[in-house]
Design a protein around this ligand. Structure first.
Ligand code: APR
Length: 254
């Protein structure tokens, strides 16, 4: 198998597979209107560097600003609709072919596309938790409203300990949720095919997933607008927009 692949080889690998893992990143949601992590922020947040807001220190220093930032990101994600790439994934599941999703994305577009459970390695905008006691907070929907004016909004308080509620996101320098990481590794080690869609492979440990799959003998298919292959023997690199390449794959599978 060569590094630059074709749809026929990719479809054949999937036809013979019983366990398929999709590993997705920001690139799968771009065509739904959600920018990647390498794009500059726009609009009200245009002058901010997201990396400066995505840390526990930033939340400690200015909780209202960081909470406001994530309310805006949730609004952006909620306004977006699943695209053909999200929708293609549940269509690939069948009685014999089990399909799992491991995503680095914090939006809920996989779930809204009909995928029953996606493992969210970097957390989710839908699961805020307490900064002090770590309990997941069940917030009434109005708590997610954008600030009426400006960027900042004080985060709500925890029912249990009165700590500040923080976004349920894995920030820079924080550990991945241990249970989710363990389950992801179990799935990756036992899959026949791993399909990586729209991820730059920069941020570890999540970025190690394709390499782990390769090392365990799975066929690894990358879909991206640029070459992100690792040079492994069982790898295929299909270059194109996520919606187009996944639709082409579905067509090839018939
Ligand atoms: N179709 C397919 N791939 C695309 C598309 C598209 N339409 N548009 C962009 N891409 C690709 C880019 O080429 C890039 O490889 O999506 C990838 C996006 O890369 P990142 O922004 O680095 O996103 P991701 O890999 O998900 O980032 C990993 O980094 O900042 C952290 O925690 C954050 O989960 C995130 C992690």
């Amino acid at each position: 198998m060569g590094v630059l692949g074709d749809f026929e080889t990719a479809a054949n690998a999937l036809r013979g597979a019983r366990r398929v893992v999709f590993f997705t990143g920001a690139g799968i949601s771009v065509e739904s209107g959600i920018p990647t992590y390498r794009d500059k922020l726009i609009g009200l947040w245009g002058t901010y560097d997201p990396q400066g807001l995505e840390t526990a220190k930033a939340f400690r220093d200015n909780p209202a600003l960081v909470w406001g930032f994530y309310l805006w990101r949730r609004f952006q994600a909620k306004s977006a609709k699943p695209n053909a790439a999200h929708l293609a994934i549940p269509k690939l599941a069948s009685d014999v072919r089990k399909v799992s999703i491991i995503t680095q994305n914090i939006d809920d577009l996989h779930e809204r596309a009909g995928s029953i459970s996606a493992l969210h390695l970097h957390g989710s905008l839908e699961r805020p938790k307490c900064f002090a006691c770590n309990r997941v907070a069940r917030l009434p929907l109005e708590q997610f409203n954008l600030p009426a004016s400006g960027l900042e909004k004080n985060p709500p308080r925890c029912d249990h300990c009165n700590g500040r509620i923080r976004p349920g996101i894995v920030w820079f320098k924080e550990d991945l949720p241990p249970g989710i990481w363990k389950e992801s590794i179990r799935l990756v080690r036992s899959c026949d095919v791993l399909v990586s869609v729209g991820t730059s492979g920069i941020v570890t440990p999540a970025a190690d997933i394709p390499e782990i799959a390769c090392a365990c003998g799975a066929v690894v298919i990358h879909f991206n607008i640029e070459d992100v292959s690792l040079g492994g023997e069982n790898e295929l690199m299909l270059i194109g927009k996520a919606t187009e390449v996944l639709e082409a794959l579905l067509n090839e599978l018939g």
